[in-house]
Design a protein around this ligand. Structure first.
Ligand code: SF4
Length: 363
């Protein structure tokens, strides 16, 4: 008689952290360019954007020069949910998505008739890497009674297996909604966001074990030390951060929710636990306030704070120009995957649109 294979725990599906390390070792970071070259590259990009009826869609974590360019050319800067919405609704023929791979794929899935380019196709995300589609299929198959909810930071192949896609801005609301319907949840891939959602909703959740290499490094102890120096500072944290950090945060929210809170809260000082790329928007939103990067250094570390996504840093003006000029780095998603992944993505957008007031109110 063959022995039935044991039900695996989520840890059996943990992707080897060395896989993430391997990607990091191969990073091809852009070189700094002179002011003269910057002026000429900006001029070329602006002409190409007009000529090709293109829109630049960038994430808050990209370099401030990219964010400025997007806004001054009729493009968009936002979190991944807003980027997806903008790409779908704008009337461009071509989208150039400055962010990481899953953002380009999402743009293509939601806008299959638009050409989607990226400054580089090598910019990825530790959450995406640590949730390979084949292992995820096994996880789903062994827990088929559960509603499958995946974070936006996943490949199209993983999204295609999900019932729902969520971003950090709507994760709590959506899981609460599913819990009210009596559903048990299978959650992937971010364990910190998953635990945060589970705590908030008390839903029955089975959680994959992966993390964002940037947010996982924020330290409770370092933030506490900073609070001693800035006792009136409010702590703003992204829910991909560890639980100990979220416990002392005054606000836990998505990038957009963090920007809104900086504007709305009465404090003058803010300790911010998310990628430092967001400081560009924070300073524009609240120019008279003081923003401090939350520390990532442990007792033995030499750097005070990294807080910078290495893959987001791969996006550069020069690479945008090259990509637009030669129409290279096109995002291609297989038709079958587009059809399947579009379903949970559209459900997410509809849910967010129907619950817009609730979502904003929860910042
Ligand atoms: S900051 Fe973290 S979650 Fe965002 S793209 Fe980088 S590795 Fe992924």
């Amino acid at each position: 008689m063959t022995k039935a294979s044991p039900i695996p725990s989520p840890n059996d599906f943990t992707s080897d952290r060395t896989l993430v390390r391997r990607y990091l070792d191969q990073l091809d970071l852009p070189v700094t360019i002179s002011e003269k070259e910057k002026t000429s590259v900006l001029c070329e990009i602006k002409q190409l954007i007009l000529k090709k009826n293109a829109k630049l869609v960038t994430h808050y974590y990209t370099d401030s020069s990219l964010q400025e360019l997007a806004e001054t050319t009729g493009g968009f800067v936002g979190d991944s949910l807003e980027m997806a919405r903008f790409g779908r609704d704008c009337d461009a023929d071509l989208l150039i998505v400055a962010g990481v791979k899953f953002m380009g794929e999402t743009a293509k899935i939601l806008s299959p008739l638009k050409k989607v380019l990226m400054p580089t196709l090598e910019a990825t995300c530790s959450l995406d890497i640590a949730c390979p589609s084949d292992k995820f299929s096994d996880f789903c198959a062994r827990n088929s009674e559960r509603e499958v909810v995946v974070y936006a930071n996943t490949s199209a192949a993983v999204k295609a297996q999900a019932d729902w896609v969520v971003t950090s801005s709507i994760a709590v609301d959506l899981v609460e909604h599913l819990k009210d319907l009596g559903k048990k949840i299978l959650w992937a891939p971010d364990k910190h966001l998953g635990s945060y959602v589970q705590k908030k909703t008390r839903a029955d959740m089975l959680i994959w074990d992966a993390a964002c290499i940037v947010h996982e490094e924020f330290k409770f102890r370092g933030i506490q030390d900073m609070k001693a120096v800035y006792p009136d500072a409010a702590v703003l944290a992204h829910p991909e951060s560890p639980d100990s950090v979220l416990q002392i945060a005054d606000l836990v929210g998505s990038t957009t929710q963090i920007i809104n809170a900086a504007n709305e809260l009465p404090n003058n000082d803010f300790i911010v636990a998310t990628d430092r790329g967001i400081f560009h928007k924070l300073r524009l939103a609240a120019p008279n306030k003081n923003f401090l990067v939350a520390p990532t250094a442990g007792d033995d570390a030499t750097c005070r704070s990294c807080a910078s996504c290495p893959w987001m840093s791969m996006n550069s003006l020069r690479r945008i120009a090259e990509s637009l000029r030669e129409e290279k780095n096109e995002v291609i998603v297989e038709e079958e995957l587009v059809e399947k992944a579009m379903i949970p993505l559209k459900k997410m957008l509809n849910f967010a649109e129907n619950n817009r007031l609730v979502v904003k109110g929860k910042a």
